[in-house]
Design a protein around this ligand. Structure first.
Ligand code: M6P
Ligand code: ZN
Length: 184
């Protein structure tokens, strides 16, 4: 039998002894932001986001589902919102759900032709991430953004493509407004 886990619908926090936690700090986000100088001027220990994951089968195994919550802190690096690294699935034909619990943000989606769009995230919004689509979340609000995710255990994370080529556009805070700006 799988372990018992529980979730707070108000915060998104998952409770259970088998939950794995990952922290991503400013120091972990080298070269992810447009303004690398602005990133270097911030405290490298500052947390950008935290991921809780419930993984009842081994990563890479077929047929299972993983479940997790991501908490993205409010903030900017230069004029770019605090965000997740973003990834394609290693197995490109795997999809995912994101569901917003608290805060305000944007789900940035990029297809294989680098066409990039975003969907606003607010409490209760449900987002289907189709296969072949890179996904990243930015916190556009002043408080923590929390969203649930559910993805196949054999999806895998391809960070390399994003690390080398980035997304086709960046979500920037321009005159106080979240604006998707195409990258050259
Ligand atoms: C969601 C899921 C996870 C992912 C996490 C953080 O919880 O999509 O698979 O790891 O967000 O996103 P990233 O891996 O892009 O940093
Ligand atoms: Zn994913």
């Amino acid at each position: 039998m799988t372990d018992h886990i529980g979730i707070s619908f108000s915060t998104g926090e998952i409770m259970g002894s088998s939950i794995r936690e990952t922290l991503r700090t400013i120091g972990d986000m080298k070269d992810y932001y447009r303004d690398e100088g602005a990133r270097r001027n911030l405290d490298p220990e500052k947390v950008v986001y935290r991921v809780q994951a419930f993984m009842p089968v081994a990563e890479g195994e077929q047929g299972g589902l993983f479940f997790g919550t991501t908490f993205v802190e409010p903030g900017v690096v230069g004029d770019e919102y605090f965000m997740t690294k973003g990834h394609f699935h290693g197995n490109r034909n795997r999809s995912e759900y994101y569901l917003t619990v608290q805060g305000a943000g944007a789900l940035i989606l990029m297809d294989e032709n680098r066409r990039t769009v975003f969907e606003p995230m607010r409490p209760g919004s449900v987002h289907y991430i189709p296969f072949n689509t890179a996904h990243r979340v930015a916190n556009t609000g002043d408080s923590v953004l929390a969203f649930l995710a559910c993805w196949p255990s054999d999806a895998g994370h391809d960070y390399g493509t994003i690390a080398s080529q980035g997304f086709g556009a960046r979500l920037r805070k321009i005159k106080g407004v979240a604006t998707l700006v195409e990258e050259p």
